[in-house]
Design a protein around this ligand. Structure first.
Ligand SMILES: [Zn+2]
Length: 460
């Protein structure tokens, strides 16, 4: 058993209980008061010095232990997703009465990262080595990019290196980048009028919004194929069709492989919005909601994480969980990519496959912003059975299984051992930092403008 495994397995019951408690209190971005408290109480009990309200965000916090350099970070998340309240362990969609659910497994994410911090703390205590471990409680990952606000406000500047992980259907070190994005709220204001009696007096904000959406639809043909533009209509005006709608709002999410790429697309979208206002004689305005950067790879640190991963056997789900996963697969996941009703879990590790220049899965993560500030590596751990779609009731249903929590602790062990390896091998850390400097060039430019504050989705 590795050093980190001994520490983490000795605390398994408490770690599992914390993950379950966060699952039971699903909270949306920037309102994760209970979830943050569960993690803060845990850190304090374990002797970490806790700092709250980082970057002025009520649910952002850190717990630190040790002294001097290097300063090593582990990133935890804990926010939930709207509309995904679901009974644990059910074989069908069965709402549990909660308005949100842990549909991205962040109850596991936050606690798995905390487990890694415990292992590093024990190492520092036992060896008396110089170094500091900092657990960062990072709120609002879902649609909020909490870490990008924290990064803009210099929370991570002290770091020499950082690690994180994400619940998944595979055990593997992450080797692909992610897309940078901007989220912008567009608003149109027109003039209300009786739609039949005085149509000439009305100027429709809803028309403007529809024209903007059509304009962006044409833009999609003329942008890089890796870029994405999504939108939702927040406010379509009123519900009365006999009124010319005087106000309309849409939330736009613009993604590209780099921050510069997003900026360029954003400027084109702005022109379309202005054009829509011009056509309809309405007024356009917009608010910057949030942004996040693309992930910077660090082959050196990722390889070290993989080397450790190849030495430590991942957990194998017990027969109870296997049987549940077989049944869940047969009933709800047939046809999903990789789903396997006979052998539902991919607990075997996948090989390291980083290829220079090969970027971007389709999604975005605010871990990207931290990867612009220090060398960073992440792993995926197989908390869910094969074929489980992200952000789904099946994720929520599997969130309290023993198999999910064993994979969570396994992620903690791999992250903990990776950080301990950096403490024991300063040359490796230096090599990771050299690679980091080469990759980021002139360094991090925060994509979120100064003055923009994090907002809960309900506050848009
Ligand atoms: Zn997530």
């Amino acid at each position: 058993m590795s050093r980190a495994s001994q520490v983490i397995e000795a605390k398994a019951a408490e770690l599992n209980a914390a993950a379950d408690a966060i699952w039971e209190t699903p909270e949306l971005a920037f309102t994760e008061y209970q979830s943050a408290k569960i993690l803060i109480d845990f850190l304090r009990k374990e002797g970490f010095t806790v700092e709250e309200e980082l970057a002025g965000i009520r649910t952002a916090f850190s717990g630190r232990f040790g002294h001097g350099r290097p300063v090593l970070g582990v990133l935890g998340e804990f926010d939930a997703l709207s509309g995904l309240g679901q009974e644990a362990g059910a074989l069908e969609k069965k709402p549990n009465g909660k308005t949100a659910g842990q549909g991205c497994g962040h109850n596991l994410l936050g606690v798995g990262s905390l487990a890694a911090a415990l292992a590093v703390k024990r190492y520092l205590e036992e060896t008396g080595a110089e170094g500091t471990i900092v657990y960062y409680g990072c709120p609002g990952e879902e649609g909020g990019s909490g870490k990008a606000f924290m990064a803009r406000d210099h929370v991570f500047d002290e770091l020499d290196a950082a690690v994180s992980w994400h619940p998944a259907i595979i055990n593997k070190v992450r080797t692909s980048s992610s897309l940078a994005n901007y989220q912008i709220l567009f608003k149109f204001d027109g003039t209300a009028a009786h739609a039949a009696a005085n149509p000439d007096m009305g100027r429709s904000a809803l028309d403007a919004l529809e024209l903007m959406n059509i304009g962006v639809q044409f833009l999609r043909e003329h942008m890089p194929s890796s870029a994405r533009i999504h939108y939702s209509i927040i406010d379509a005006g009123g519900i009365s069709p006999n009124v010319v709608q005087p106000h309309a709002e849409a939330l736009y999410l613009i993604r590209a492989t780099t921050n510069d790429g997003v900026r360029a697309l954003y400027e084109r979208v702005l022109k379309i919005a202005e054009g829509a206002a011009l056509m309809t004689e309405t007024k356009e305005s917009h608010e910057f909601v949030k942004a996040c950067s693309n992930l910077v790879m660090n082959d050196t640190l990722q390889r070290e994480m993989d080397r450790i991963m190849q030495q430590i056997a991942p957990p194998v789900p017990d027969e109870n969980d296997m049987e549940y996963a077989r049944e869940l697969t047969k009933r709800t996941l047939m046809g999903a990519k990789h789903a396997n009703p006979d052998d539902p879990y991919a607990y075997k590790k996948l090989p390291y496959d980083f290829k220079e220049g090969e970027t971007a899965g389709a999604g975005s993560t605010d871990v990207g912003d931290v990867s612009w500030i220090c060398p960073l590596a992440q792993l995926s751990a197989a908390t869910w059975c094969l074929g489980t779609p992200g952000h789904s009731w099946q994720v929520v249903a599997q969130g309290k299984l023993a198999a999910a929590k064993a994979a969570m602790r396994y992620a903690g062990v791999i992250m903990g051992e990776t950080l301990i390896s950096l403490l024991e091998n300063p040359a490796l850390l230096e090599k990771a930092k050299e690679e980091f400097r080469d990759r980021v060039g002139k360094g991090y430019v925060a994509p979120i403008p100064v003055g923009v504050k994090p907002r809960a989705l309900s506050d848009l």
